[in-house]
Design a protein around this ligand. Structure first.
Ligand SMILES: Nc1nc2c(ncn2[C@@H]2O[C@H](COP(=O)(O)OP(=O)(O)O)[C@@H](O)[C@H]2O)c(=O)[nH]1
Ligand SMILES: [Mg+2]
Length: 359
């Protein structure tokens, strides 16, 4: 899974990137407008994999991974500059929009004042403008093709016009209803405003900041009922992420933080993207596989290897809970807890699966 951090300059993207990845890229006081993107791959913490690895003691343990991308800030009204960001993030699975809610006079705000609602609307609008440009370019190309005698694809033309109508009204395509066919046809176009989005409110580190953050969070949810909002203090999260493992725990207790932001953000993304994990176990490898929640056994097999999909016979399935309560695969089998499922079986979160196949 790939997640992009976006937002205005100095909203705390690189700070959050560090908190999420444990890396230590220097955050800057002055807005950065060039340079290379920061990319970090982290494993998805998974207690089930930990436990299964203790039981199987495999040669290799493979967690699901997330790739985070952090780049320059978006600029209001500068589509040419923003296109650099858009080109980099158009294929990500989710966008995390970092919104500045901390007050700090030593850190300039590109729009000169702290106003999270304005910033959210500004960034959303830039995504909409990016999509609008794309739609218009494609429609223009169709028109030119027609002049040269090429028959335009009417279905696509209709779809593009529908998108344009909404984008002109400043509606992100995420909020528009599309048919299954339309969604399929839209996928290769890589619209930005269809990408699922999490809003991260980056609040300050003082106690009175957290009260402000709570009020802000509820007013945001009033204004954008379908938004996914996560409130955190990037600066503190980053400091924690740089601590040695054994010190982290006590720090969390001290600050009353239940869970590091990296875990909370991953959970939120899995939820909004409708993702689940199934597991494979053995002496060679214990591994988590991330799939969409509507995945059937055949597609899950293909995720591991196309040969397994092609030669699929049956999936031998047991839930993680049933396996743990049995103590071993042998006992589970004797108790009849292992099920044989066919190609159309809908995989559930935490299923331990052994695919039987023949090639
Ligand atoms: N006081 C305070 N400063 C922060 C916080 N998060 C980020 N900053 C500071 O804001 C500046 C810009 O942060 P950075 O992560 O580089 O923002 P970016 O431009 O969005 O990548 C840096 O000086 C950070 O230390 C925060 O929660 N509180
Ligand atoms: Mg940065």
């Amino acid at each position: 899974m790939k997640i992009a951090l976006i937002g205005l300059s100095n909203s705390g993207k690189t700070t959050l990137f560090n908190a999420l990845t444990g890396l230590n890229i220097e955050p800057t006081i002055y807005p950065t407008i060039s340079g290379e993107p920061n990319i970090g791959v982290v494993k998805v913490p998974d207690p089930e994999i930990d436990r299964l690895s203790e039981i199987y003691r495999p040669k290799k343990i493979t967690y699901a991974t997330i790739e985070y991308v952090d780049y320059i800030g978006l600029t209001k009204g500068d589509l040419k500059q923003n296109r650099k960001v858009f080109d980099l993030i158009k294929d990500v699975d989710a966008i995390v929009h970092v919104v500045r809610a901390f007050y700090d006079e030593s850190v300039v705000h590109p729009m000169a004042s702290i106003n999270p609602v304005r910033d959210i609307d500004t960034v959303e609008l830039e995504l909409v403008f990016g999509d609008l440009e794309l739609v218009e370019k494609r429609l223009e190309r169709m028109k030119e093709g027609k002049k040269r005698g090429k028959k335009p694809d009417e279905t696509e033309q209709k779809l593009l016009q529908k998108c344009r109508d909404f984008l002109m009204k400043e509606t992100p395509l995420r909020n528009v209803e599309f048919t299954k066919e339309e969604i399929k046809a839209m996928r290769p176009l890589q619209f930005l405003s269809t990408i699922p989005k999490v809003i991260v409110l980056n609040t300050g580190e003082r106690d009175d900041d957290s009260e402000y953050a709570n009020t802000l969070e509820s007013s945001l949810l009033n204004r954008y009922p379908s938004a996914n909002v996560l409130t955190l203090c990037g600066k503190i999260e980053m400091e924690i992420s740089q601590l040695p493992e054994d010190e982290k725990e006590s720090f969390f207790c001290e600050l009353g933080i239940e869970d590091p932001v990296s875990n909370r953000l991953i959970r939120t993304c899995y939820q909004i993207l409708g993702l689940i994990s199934f597991l494979t176990v053995g002496e060679d490898e214990v591994r988590a596989w991330t799939v969409r929640s509507d995945t059937n056994a055949l597609t899950a097999a293909g995720k591991i290897h196309s040969d397994i999909e092609r030669g699929f016979i049956r999936a031998e399935v047991i839930s993680y809970e049933d396996f743990i309560s049995s103590g071993s695969m042998h006992t589970a089998r004797v108790k009849g807890l292992l099920r044989l499922e066919g190609k159309t079986y809908e995989v559930r979160d935490g299923d331990i699966i052994n695919f039987r196949f023949n090639v």
